[in-house]
Design a protein around this ligand. Sequence first.
Ligand SMILES: *Cc1c(COP(=O)(O)O)cnc(C)c1O
Length: 363
Amino acid sequence: MSSFPLSGFATRAIHAGYDAKANDGALVPPLHLSSTFVFETAEAGAEIFAGEREGYFYSRIANPTVDLLERRMAALEGAEAAVATASGMGAISAVFWSFLKPGDEIIVDQTLYGCTFAFMRHGLARFGVRVTHVDLTDPANLEACISDATKIVYFETPANPNMRLVDIAAVSAIARDHGARTVVDNTYATPVLTQPITLGADIVVHSATKYLGGHGDLVGGIALGTSADMQQVRLVGVKDMTGAVMAPFNPGLACFAQHDLARRQMPGFGGMIAFELKGGYAAGVAMMNRLTLVQRAVSLGDAESLIQHPASMTHSTYTAEERRAHGIADGLVRLSVGLEEADEIAADLTQALDAEVSASVDA
Ligand SMILES: *Cc1c(COP(=O)(O)O)cnc(C)c1O
């Protein structure tokens, strides 16, 4: 699973799960933005779908970039496997949807993150799951009320927001004796400070939005546990029930070098230009009508260069007065520069503008 299975924490945090040789020697892992993956043969595709052969087929189920984050986090938490999600709530809800049915009971700590509380108390309860709050800081409280109907014991340690700790080993042992899974929200501690699975917990969840992201600029989550449990979370909780899959741009461990790259290169995607001709609206319309390569169309950011007139198109929801008040001139033209040859885009604009200049001189 990990390329450095026996190494220490810091080495695993930087290297686990990645093999540069399998990625054209790239030191920094590439981003795989593809939503879908090509099958060598129809038979191979059927085998991948059936789980009989390793391989990717659709990024809602698995993606090589997200897969690296999952393997690295598993190496840090001491878990067999992981599933990264769109948010912490995505991870938490996917875990619960994967293992519960009406009539089941869950026992959860008194103190929970606000939305986790809402999800359980007001959400799961509506679907026939009994939610019992117990002060898990004393494991004897769990012993007193756990039953065969209990399917999950859930807590945070330290808890958000009051920092109460729960004895992971003691609570997990009681839960295991009754056939219940122990699920720990490890958001506060991170695997740097606590590795609940090594202490007996079955599943760990994180809001990766917090310490794991570490820069306050992404929303993400992750669930970790046995391969069998994570397969269930992946194929039921994430694939079918929530769809809360993580996007390849999101893996954002502080140690994950692509994170900064993604942030740095996003501001480079600026291909938008707005300008106004001296002749105002009539001149703008005439100029647009002379273009042959640049397409007259709304929307932006496409491969094709697109030009449009905001006052009569995208911003016609504003009244003329509102446009004036909001600085949208009636003659303003908006150009989204596409990916055609730059000199050909420039030549098209130049001929349309030159013709407009000579038309206005003639007039
Ligand atoms: C923030 C948080 C969550 C929810 O995570 P999101 O990424 O915001 O969905 C869950 N548990 C704890 C302890 C949190 O602090």
